[in-house]
Design a protein around this ligand. Structure first.
Ligand code: C2O
Ligand code: CU
Ligand code: CU
Length: 487
């Protein structure tokens, strides 16, 4: 007989207790029910949609026999999934019931700077913030999370993150799996460590600070090793890497192929067949997988290969890892779906390089030495984030080419607010399938330069800046972030 005690094992040597995080045994079976975050479509009055969000703290049962203190939005851990469509005017009231100040940032959204929810829009404890804007971009899987200055890492780790799904008429006309929670499944990937009292264990070593916090317990929508009961034979997974620092290389355990259909900014031109997808922090990728064979495939995360800079660095720092199954799909009772994935998905224009008005280089660096020990030394073009300083000024409605150059020893996922860019070139590594679509975050390997084509939307504000930064949240908090205004 298996008991809960077999499911979870604590390393209880007195010596190790203080120093080591709680270690979970590896259960071979997936027994927790798969959690789908509640859908929140707001209150609609024509094109106006009203959302009421409460940032709250609470207790969650993540481990079988311990409570974890967590934060969430309209629930105790993580946020409900917001949904709106192109052309809507959203009015989002955010109430902060925490004792700390926080913000909510709409990651991937094109919107006026003061509505962005970045470090310039903090919500003090007990206060409300109203964010109102029109949805001007195509159907896509965006997300929202805390962006509190110097506190983004701990606040997202505590749970302040959720999905924001955008729809439009075009995507609704395509025969893609689109029934939320039935054949259109949100998959928020996060990794956590736990203390012996069940609380989340955040930064506890120099390695955590340098490489970013990576936990050893993999959660899917806040659940450890869940089992997803499939109802249809074709399943769409909207995968968000909501981890602070971990890069995932995802495969099914039986190596089956799947179709990549969308990136951060929406649908690709056409589905791309593959059996592996890499997803860095803050990236989203939508895949469609056929489970009509009625088996029980597992989605598995593989550590980066020995050959990549990240893999080498991790091993140098003594972080040895094995492949880990994240969740399992039970497809034994699927009903055949009649839908097939369309051959063409979206019309993505080819970048017009003759119209580029500026070319800029953003150099990502990690200064070794004393600053690093204090949690600083993370810079872009030699400067750490200063909320008083505007680093870059761009023109509204213009197109620019940005060269993101990584001269550090670690890979960095570079993110730009208010835009969906296109990847023109990677200097060292091949483009991932989802890098053929619109992106707001792109992974840059050590000694690599990734060239981006960016069209800035119409919004202008000479005073309030947007951010660009590394989306390893500990790097962002330590200063690998800059500010730009659009005029
Ligand atoms: Cu996902 Cu500046 O954030
Ligand atoms: Cu963002
Ligand atoms: Cu970084």
């Amino acid at each position: 007989m298996t008991t809960r005690r077999d499911f979870i094992k604590t390393t209880l040597t007195t010596m190790a207790a203080a120093a080591s995080p709680l270690a979970l045994a590896k259960p071979e079976t997936f027994r927790q029910p798969f959690q789908v975050p509640r859908l929140n479509a707001g209150q609609r009055q024509g094109r106006d949609v009203y959302f009421d969000l409460t940032v709250q703290s609470g207790t969650s049962r993540i481990l079988p026999n311990k409570n974890t203190h967590t934060w969430g939005i309209n629930q105790n851990f993580l946020g409900t999934t917001l949904k709106a469509k192109k052309g809507d005017r959203v009015h989002i009231k955010v109430k902060n019931t925490l004792t700390d100040a926080t913000t909510l940032h709409w990651h991937g959204m094109k919107l006026p700077a003061r509505m962005d929810g970045g470090p310039h829009q903090p919500i003090p404890s007990g206060k409300n913030w109203l964010s109102e804007y029109e949805i001007i971009q195509p159907a896509s899987t965006l997300w929202y999370h805390s962006h509190q200055m110097h506190e983004t890492g701990p606040q997202v780790y505590q749970g302040l993150a959720g999905l924001f799904i955008l729809e439009d008429k075009h995507v609704q006309s395509l025969p893609l799996p689109s029934e939320y929670g039935v054949d259109d499944i949100p998959v928020i990937l996060q990794d956590r460590d736990f203390n012996h009292d069940g609380s989340f264990r955040y930064i506890s070593s120099m390695h955590d600070r340098m490489a970013g916090k990576q936990g050893s317990v993999m959660l899917v929508n806040g659940v450890y090793k869940p089992l997803l009961k499939a109802h249809k034979s074709l399943i769409r997974l909207r995968i968000l890497n909501g981890s602070n620092a971990r890069i995932y290389h995802l495969k099914f355990n039986d190596q089956r192929d799947f179709s990549v259909i969308a990136s951060d900014g929406g649908l690709l031109r056409q589905p791309i067949q593959t059996n592996m997808v890499r997803i860095a922090p803050a990236e989203r990728v939508e895949i469609v997988v056929d489970v009509s064979d009625g088996t029980m495939p597992m989605l598995v995360n593989h550590p980066p290969e020995m050959t990549s800079g990240m893999g080498m660095m991790r091993r140098m720092m003594g972080n040895r890892e094995q492949a880990q199954a994240l969740f399992q799909i039970d497809a034994r009772k699927v009903r055949p779906t009649t839908t097939t994935i369309p051959k063409t998905l979206a019309n993505i224009p080819v970048p017009n390089l003759s119209q580029v008005s500026a070319t800029r280089t953003m150099e990502l660096e990690m200064q070794m030495g004393p600053q690093m020990m204090r949690g600083g030394g993370m810079t872009i073009n030699g400067k750490s984030m200063d909320i008083q300083r505007i680093d870059t000024v761009v023109q509204a409605n213009s197109s620019e080419v940005w060269r993101i150059k990584n001269t550090s020893m670690l890979a960095h996922p570079f993110h730009i607010h208010n835009v969906q860019f296109q990847v023109l070139e990677r200097s060292k590594t091949p483009l991932q399938p989802h890098e053929h679509g619109f992106k707001d975050t792109v992974l840059v390997y050590p000694n690599e330069t990734v060239t981006l084509y960016i069209q800035f939307p119409k919004f202008r504000d000479a005073k309030v800046p947007y951010m660009y930064h590394c989306h390893i949240l500990e790097h962002e908090d330590a200063g690998m972030m800059g500010q730009f205004t659009v005029v």
